[in-house]
Ligand binder design. Sequence first.
Ligand code: ATP
Ligand code: MG
Length: 504
Amino acid sequence: MTAVVEIRGVGKRFGAVKALDDVSFSVAKGELHAVMGENGAGKSTLMKILSGVITDYEGELRIEGQVQKFLSTRQAERIGVSIIHQELNLVEQLSVAANIFLGREETYGWGILDQATMERTAGELLAQLDSNVSPKSLAGSLRVGDQQLIEIAKALSLDTSILIMDEPTSALTEAEVQRLYRVIDALRERGVTILYISHKMDEVFRLADRITVLRDGKFVQTLDRADTNPQQIAHLMVGREFETAVTRPQTTLGEEVLRVEKLSQPWPGHSKQWRLKDVSLELRRGEVLGIAGLMGAGRTELLECLFGASAVRPQGSIKLDGKDCDFRHPADAMRAGIAMVTEDRKRLGLFGHLSTGGNITMCRLSELSALGVLSRCAEANAANEQVELMGIKTDGIEASINSLSGGNQQKCIIARCMLTQPKVLLLDDPTRGVDVGAKTELYRLMHRLADQGMAIIVTSSELPELLTVSDRILVLCEGELTGEFTRAEATEQKIMEAATAVSV
Ligand SMILES: Nc1ncnc2c1ncn2[C@@H]1O[C@H](COP(=O)(O)OP(=O)(O)OP(=O)(O)O)[C@@H](O)[C@H]1O
Ligand SMILES: [Mg+2]
């Protein structure tokens, strides 16, 4: 086995936090090597070191036997190492093509950008990824899944021999994931070595040749996939036995809190005409309602309409506690008692200039103030309580939100929503990028909140998750409701059938 990447005694500190501590392992040529670990275990930090993003660290890296000390991502790319980041890194105001060629634009020789060539090449790369996104569209106008494909196209264009993917599927829908798997197969046929970070056990067990586990910044073990199983990996990740089974006993539901009738959202200029069509549902206090559906089925659109966050105003009626709602803006919805955790935390959720505590408490500032003066102490208490409750790994509530690992940032957003104590909580794929232990915690938390009378609507790209948390599941297909199942009735099979039902 030839090692193409050797990591030797790598360590990295951020202030008091030891993100990596004497990590050593090797990656063989042509393998898909998964790296797993809890939120904050140091996975992204290690990958940033490998790809020249972080240049100041202890220890040594060897690529193809040569010691390398990258001073920039550009240098790493020249040696053939590229990274697709966990948090997307696109310039939203630029076109897709411009993003792919950012920093190495094709020119005619006098510094004049060759737009046409860039767009053509970008189009070809995207076609390889089965994507029909136009190279001319603005990156910021695309949904997360498409944005992620642009990052992959960028890596492809660099003729990469070692590709690092930091949770590449966490933002993708089922169909896009299948497409990515095909791309990965093709890359492997070309001999590309892949370092792959994921919290999804089934995915890792499907793709990986070997799995390395990190815990608290330390190397734990590298295992052949064939010699291990998900339970063992989960155990190595958390370092203790833990109960993954979550069940909610039969609950008695409260009165109706939300009623949606014939909600439709037009889709101007699109051949399908409707993003959502005649969606009716009711939700009761204490209920956890799951929304299933494939890519483009309208899950996110539905939640955005309920939250007053849709670009095009929906038709139909939404009643909260019997009162008609016409939310023009999320602020209206929040005042009325609806909170939402969005699927795209970077764009809609996090405030990079604020601290961890500030991000958690920002929606409750008025309540934490007395006579208009914000009580720092009350704010800190509230934030600390959430950090404790959600198990958020941070240097303290004063730490910059950007210093938290991806999964821990997600927990902060959920904590913020919890603090507003909404009547209705909308969760759009909330466990994206959250580790196994924390996922289980989150399921329990949802049940606890529901037991206290909160009504919850949750979507997920993982069906088993919906089956675990929901009291009832609605299925969307191309914007229409095509199925409804109680917890007792629901199976993956039935939901998939409804999700792929061709609407008439
Ligand atoms: N720029 C930074 N400043 C301060 N601390 C940081 C910074 N980047 C990472 N850390 C800390 O280093 C530790 C490891 O973070 P890292 O992002 O590598 O975790 P991860 O394994 O990728 O987690 P996740 O699964 O949540 O993405 C965390 O405690 C994190 O808070
Ligand atoms: Mg990470």
